[in-house]
Design a protein around this ligand. Structure first.
Ligand code: PMP
Length: 295
């Protein structure tokens, strides 16, 4: 069943308050979200049957929707309860969880003042975002042609479906060129993030990561910053220029799906996954399992 298309699987999907058979969780072709990108989503993982940072993800989903000028018609508590029940009903222990909120079909034009807002939640087993062999050596990143948009051009801190258009194009181009993913610069040409994960660099035991003001300030990013600080590792959030890449010894990316993934190459620059990456990767796993190291 592993390679079955996502609309043709066994299981249960929560859709507008009801549990539907997986194959029945459908939308009409005249759905505003599909034509105008009026959709926001989350990507979360459950570990040992419990969703890591569930509440923060539900809050972010609602915040993303507000940035697109709509309200998710469920409270954080209702969304949390529905997600937990989706994981349980599908018999999942370690799982990826995907809530998606979107505008429906009442109006079909740019204006969508009266469209119903829908929410669906699915979950499935998704062991590793990158190939486990590539992951061990450190994944290889290309540099994307597209840049993260200026916050005056798009609601760039929202986890909005429309913002992934350039991510898919960039990831496809990277894959065609033999890379696992692409590093995206921001609108000013500074290092920003990958197509679905944030990025960190290490030099002389200090972590450096771009300031998340025109891209998603990932929950994993924030968790890793906290874990590093607990270890007494200094974390510097700053502007990082692509010319500086050669000066870092380690690099890794972070995301709910990617977790902590070592990077071995960005274009012509080489990194060696080292002790700091390993420690933070292990600490992240421990944190998700509820076995946090002492502060
Ligand atoms: N940036 C982008 C573009 C992403 O898609 C993701 C994954 N949601 C992240 C960063 C990391 O966010 P998080 O750690 O909250 O999953």
């Amino acid at each position: 069943m592993a390679n079955a298309a996502f609309d043709d699987r066994d299981g249960t999907i929560w859709f507008d308050g009801k549990f539907l058979d997986w194959r029945d969780a459908k939308v009409h072709v005249l759905t505003h979200a599909m034509h105008y990108g009026s959709s926001v989503f989350e990507g979360e993982r459950a570990y040992g049957g419990t969703i890591f940072k569930s509440r923060e993800h539900s809050e972010r989903l609602r915040a993303s929707a507000r940035l697109l000028d709509f309200e998710v018609p469920y409270t954080v508590e209702q969304i949390d309860a529905a997600k937990a029940e989706v994981v349980r009903r599908n018999g999942l222990i370690d799982a990826y969880v995907r809530p998606v909120a979107f505008r429906g079909s009442e109006m079909m034009g740019v204006s969508a003042q009266h469209n119903t807002i829908h929410l669906a939640i699915a979950a499935w087993a998704w062991p590793s975002y990158f190939d486990p062999e590539q992951r061990k050596r450190g994944i290889r990143l290309d540099i994307a042609e597209y840049r993260r948009p200026d916050p005056r051009t798009a609601p760039s801190t929202s986890k909005a479906a429309g913002l992934y258009m350039i991510c898919t194009i960039s990831k496809h181009r990277a894959e065609r060129r033999g890379y696992a993913d692409a590093l995206m610069l921001d609108w000013q040409g500074r290092v920003a993030e990958c197509t679905g994960a944030n990025i960190f660099f290490a030099k002389d035991g200090v972590l450096h990561t771009p300031i998340a003001d025109c891209f998603l300030d990932g929950l994993t990013r924030r968790t890793v910053i906290e874990l590093a600080k607990r270890r007494g590792v200094q974390v510097v959030e700053r502007r990082i220029m692509p010319e500086e890449l050669g000066g870092f010894s380690e690099c890794f990316i972070t995301g709910s799906a990617a977790e902590v993934t070592p990077v071995g190459e960005i274009a012509e620059h080489r990194f060696t996954p080292g002790a700091l990456t390993q420690t933070l990767s292990d600490d992240y796993v421990a944190e998700t399992q509820g076995k946090a190291i002492a502060a």
